[in-house]
Design a protein around this ligand. Sequence first.
Ligand SMILES: [Zn+2]
Length: 74
Amino acid sequence: MVENRVVQGRMVTPKKLAEIVEGESVMEADSIEEADRDCPDCGGDVLKVGYMPSVTAFITGYKCQDCDWREREE
Ligand SMILES: [Zn+2]
């Protein structure tokens, strides 16, 4: 299983990817998956990661592999 993925030319762990989406540190992150969608900005591949920014919250984060586009879904 591939844990780390390349995002904008950098290798990131699930936790690091979650932190890029959240904009600050997170407690825990699930593994990175391919999201079944394209980036609305550049049409690039979008990755998906579920994570917990705090004990009471679970967020699904989306991040484009090629540009700055990201989205969080509560
Ligand atoms: Zn993009």
